[in-house]
Write a protein that binds this ligand. Structure first.
Ligand SMILES: [Zn+2]
Length: 460
């Protein structure tokens, strides 16, 4: 093709020469024209460039401008797609080719090929915390948005508190830079990244029979760390199939939040003790139950990454006063006075009654019972004697403080001692046959103002 064109020009030239050979002026112009056309033709048809991207030939172009148009088209498309400025990262080289008849790569082929292999960086915003790259986002606006949301992410948001101030302790800067598209996070992921302190994600699916402890051990963590990574766990309860995060968050930032919180606090009541002579000294009784008061509190709560570090009470208003609890405490000491009504001291059969017994006078009643049977105090009082006394054998005497004294004789064992206060029905001794006795029995005697009286008078 190219050669044919050249021949055509030559033929034209010969014709022109023969036609205008008498006019050298015209011939001069013609020669100049031919040279011009040839030069243009030469550059149009005889030059080509091999295009190399990162050392790999991808096609042949007629001139660099054509190729640059293709690149520009691709970058324009990428710009439209990413919404940002784009920087081609590959090294593009043109190598001039010698000779004729080069097979020029069609533009669309070149474009397809380049589009699939071109490495490019996108202009984005880098959030730098204390000199450390924490997250990359689309642009500065997105970065500012992310920073704002990281600040407020630690607020309680419980409807009862109002965020007054949120600040990041660390120095935080936003820089623009060209970055690989895969480095650029959407806002949500960028926030999570900054709060977690890493882009690493490690999830464990709970299997049957696993506990927090086994999972922690198998992943070289402590149970505390595992809980920190999974604040959703309550009471160590995990289910089969539940997904647990194994990365302990170490936020890039320390967010200090100041929140005004309003809440009610209960006020404890005081307790007043009143003496009550109707109660035993060991008895207390709530005479009037106390009620707790209520105060409305408005406080400034300062938190670091959501953990309270300080609380300042701004306002306090008592809406309900507490009312004191009144407790009665007994003053009555242990019973030392009898009731005047007697209890039968041992179960058994009467073997000898009170009164004349041959030449003797029997001062009590005898009650037959097996050795070891419990002997009970017939009424409340104070032990005035507990020991051995002649014919009585092992004897207990109880003064009931009302003129009556009771005797319990012939015991095998004494269970009380002198001066002890005893209550009606309390076990004081065990039946025996000590002293002047012919078999195990209790000799029970009641004395009024020192003189024995017939006990049977009380048991009718
Ligand atoms: Zn007797």
């Amino acid at each position: 093709m190219i050669q044919e064109e050249n021949e055509t020009s030559l033929v034209k030239f010969t014709k022109l020469v023969s036609k205008y050979k008498k006019n050298p002026y015209i011939i001069g112009i013609a020669v100049a024209l031919v040279i011009l056309i040839s030069t243009i033709s030469y550059y149009n048809f005889n030059t080509a460039f091999a295009v190399e991207v990162d050392g790999v030939e991808i096609g042949i172009v007629k001139n660099k401008t054509d190729f640059k148009t293709v690149i520009n088209e691709i970058t324009d498309e990428l710009k439209a797609e990413t919404g940002s400025d784009v920087q081609v990262m590959d090294k593009v080289e043109f190598k001039k080719m010698k000779g004729f008849g080069h097979n020029i790569t069609p533009e669309h082929e070149l474009k397809d090929c380049l589009g699939s292999m071109l490495k490019y960086n996108v202009k984005a915003a880098v959030i730098v915390v204390s000199g450390q790259k924490a997250a990359c986002v689309r642009d500065k606006d997105a970065a500012e948005n992310v920073i704002e949301k990281v600040k407020t992410s630690f607020a309680r948001n419980d409807g009862k508190s109002k965020l007054e101030e949120a600040e990041i302790e660390e120095e935080i800067v936003v820089k623009e830079d060209f970055l690989a598209p895969e480095e650029i996070l959407d806002e949500e992921n960028a926030i999570a990244n900054i709060i977690r302190g890493t882009d690493e994600i490690k999830v464990h699916k709970v299997k049957k029979g696993e506990s927090l402890w086994t999972i922690a051990r198998n992943n070289k963590m402590t149970v505390g760390d595992l809980k920190k990574a999974n604040p959703q766990i309550k009471n160590e309860l995990i289910r089969d199939g539940q997904e647990l995060n194994l990365i302990v968050p170490k936020p890039y930032v320390n967010v200090i939040t100041k929140e005004v919180v309003e809440y009610n606090e209960s006020i404890p009541f005081t307790t007043k003790v009143e003496r009550d002579s109707n109660l035993w000294s060991w008895e207390t009784r709530v005479k009037k139950a106390g009620t707790r008061g209520v105060k409305e509190i408005k406080a400034m709560v300062i938190c670091k990454n959501g953990v309270e570090t300080e609380r300042e009470i701004l306002e306090e208003k008592i809406t309900k006063e507490p009312s004191a609890q009144i407790v009665s405490r007994g003053t009555k000491s242990a019973p030392s006075r009898g009731t005047g009504r007697f209890l039968w001291p041992v179960s058994g059969k009467i073997t000898s009654l009170f009164g004349k017994r041959g030449r003797e006078y029997h001062t009590g009643v005898d009650i037959g019972a097996p050795t070891g049977t419990y002997v009970k105090a017939s009424d409340s009082g104070t032990v005035t004697f507990a020991g051995t006394s002649g014919n009585y054998g092992r004897l207990v005497k109880i003064d009931h403080g009302n003129g009556y004294v009771t005797y319990y004789a012939h015991n095998s064992k004494l269970l009380v001692s002198r001066n002890e206060k005893v209550e009606k029905g309390q076990t004081i001794a065990r039946v025996g046959s000590t002293g002047r006795s012919t078999g195990p029995h209790l000799h029970f005697e009641i004395r009024k103002n020192g003189s024995p009286i017939n006990p049977m008078g009380f048991f009718r």
